[in-house]
Design a protein around this ligand. Structure first.
Ligand SMILES: NC(=O)c1ccc[n+]([C@@H]2O[C@H](COP(=O)([O-])OP(=O)(O)OC[C@H]3O[C@@H](n4cnc5c(N)ncnc54)[C@H](O)[C@@H]3O)[C@@H](O)[C@H]2O)c1
Length: 273
């Protein structure tokens, strides 16, 4: 139930591809909470996805930007400030893609050109977005930037491939840039480490369905949904989390701190019989 937590706030939401996208749900939640938003995605995603449907629902403009191209991001910041009549308050970075995962190339056989693209699209893009926002002085004091991560940054999940390395870099960029942006402009930078979620990016990972069920059984509160992730993003954009920065916050029903659950043990014992 909306509480107008973002009343008067303005923001940019990257990465809404279709109605399953975490960014899609966050865009709807932000508007329901009283925010004005601008939507952005890569030019190819604008052609293939359904972002215009979302834009209508959110009364938002859509601006194409490849998050690996600084000039696109600079133009986006300028345009967003023009649309919103000044500085903005929040940014969601909900961007990820690995050509190695897409092409089913295993981690040990990684193509290194692909690997560099994974890092650029899924991690360095956060640095590019933050740098562009800082250069344009696009964020108000106490602004908030959130990027989405996954626990493969800390622990090995073999099917996650080079995205694991990208997430480790992403979380590190949030800490490093968060330090500088905090001192310079009181801007918060955090990552949310989300449960496996059925989306285009999520289901591209090998064995995703089995892994989704495993995580569900391993999490005391069950897997967190995309809608719940959107709500957590809203909280981090709101004034209720003003002193939270440089953190990687697990939003995973307790998965990250569970060694093993009795459901998994029972499943293993049934198999043994
Ligand atoms: N789905 C999961 O299981 C899960 C779990 C944890 C974290 N995440 C993370 O959540 C974020 C959003 O993913 P999602 O699950 O909603 O899937 P999604 O496929 O809906 O979103 C990924 C988005 O990245 C965009 N993108 C790719 N290359 C880009 C580029 N060069 N420039 C700009 N945008 C580009 C895509 O167009 C797409 O909109 C990603 O960072 C993902 O790694 C997802």
């Amino acid at each position: 139930m909306p509480h107008q937590l973002l009343k008067g706030k303005k923001g940019i939401i990257f990465g809404a591809l279709d109605e399953r996208s975490i960014a899609w749900k966050t865009a709807l939640a932000a508007v329901a909470e009283g925010a004005e938003i601008t939507l952005s995605n890569a030019p190819i995603a604008l052609r293939m996805g359904k972002i215009n449907e979302l834009a209508k629902q959110c009364n938002a403009e859509v601006i194409a930007a490849d998050a690996t191209v600084d000039a696109d991001l600079d133009a986006l910041m300028a345009k967003a400030m023009e649309i919103h009549g000044g500085k903005i308050d929040f940014i969601l970075h909900s961007i990820g893609m690995s050509p190695n995962v897409r092409k089913n190339i295993s981690y040990t056989a990684s193509n290194h050109e692909n690997f560099l693209k994974t890092l650029d699209i899924s991690a360095l893009s956060l640095h590019r977005v933050l740098q562009s926002a800082m250069k344009a002085d696009a964020l108000n004091e106490w602004g908030s930037v959130v990027a989405l991560s996954y626990i493969a940054a800390q622990r090995t999940f073999p099917g996650y491939n080079d995205m694991a390395d990208a997430k480790a870099v992403l979380e590190s960029i949030a800490r490093s840039f968060g330090y500088h942006y905090g001192f310079a402009k009181k801007v918060r930078v955090n990552t949310i480490s989300q449960s496996p979620t059925i989306t285009t990016a999520g289901s591209g990972v090998a064995g995703f369905d089995a892994f989704f069920d495993y995580a569900e059984k391993m999490s005391p509160l069950g897997n967190a949904s995309a809608e719940e992730c959107a709500n957590f993003c809203i909280m981090l954009f709101s004034d209720y989390t003003r002193r939270v920065t440089m953190q990687n916050l697990f939003h995973d029903g307790g998965f990250s701190f569970t060694g093993v659950s009795s459901q998994i043990i029972e499943q293993m014992m049934t198999k043994e019989q």
